[in-house]
Design a binder for this molecule. Structure first.
Ligand code: FES
Ligand code: FES
Length: 167
């Protein structure tokens, strides 16, 4: 076992972990933060997306020990039931979920994606790489969110919610 100091949603947590434990399992099994979901557990569905220092990562592919001392944000740190983040409110308004299994990952991924777009990072469908500002079109949102699958097919609402917040 290895002592690991994780900073999650603004709180420092001291854990004793097998160095092979993924960040996802550390969050869910050791800290009880079950908002982050385990779908494929192999980096293919996006259900486990969390933010590390504002950037999105698949927590199932990360070892917890790699992230000691970094700022990890899970859906529990994005908003609370009585104080939703604007993106969470937009998901409700736009009908961006059905079963909700993918929603935590979708929201964390969207927050990271909006940050990448604000920083001027292009995507695979960006037309003009030298443009001062990349328009956040529907095609851009779909491409940038393509790592997050929704088995209920709530994609229209998800894109609508992101467009609403990006405006
Ligand atoms: S559970 Fe991590 S990408 Fe599917
Ligand atoms: S809302 Fe059910 S998987 Fe996306």
């Amino acid at each position: 076992m290895t002592p690991v100091k994780l900073r999650v949603n603004g709180t420092t947590e001291l854990l004793e972990l097998d160095p092979r434990v993924s960040l996802l399992d550390a969050l869910r099994e050791h800290l009880g933060l079950t908002g982050t979901k385990k779908g494929c557990n192999q980096g293919a569905c996006g259900a486990c997306t969390v933010l590390v220092d504002g950037e999105r990562i698949a927590a199932c592919l990360a070892l917890a020990v790699q992230y000691a001392g970094r700022d990890v944000t899970t859906i529990e740190g994005v908003g609370r039931p009585d104080d939703l983040h604007p993106l969470q409110r937009a998901f409700v308004r736009e009908d961006g979920f059905q079963c909700g299994f993918c929603t935590s990952g979708q929201i964390c991924s969207a927050l990271g994606m909006l940050g990448e777009h604000r920083a001027g990072m292009p995507s695979a469908v960006t037309q003009h790489l030298d443009a001062d500002e990349i328009p956040l079109t529907e095609a851009e949102i779909k491409e940038r969110m393509s790592g997050n699958l929704c088995r209920c097919g709530a994609y229209e609402g998800i894109v609508g919610a992101i467009q609403e917040v990006a405006r």
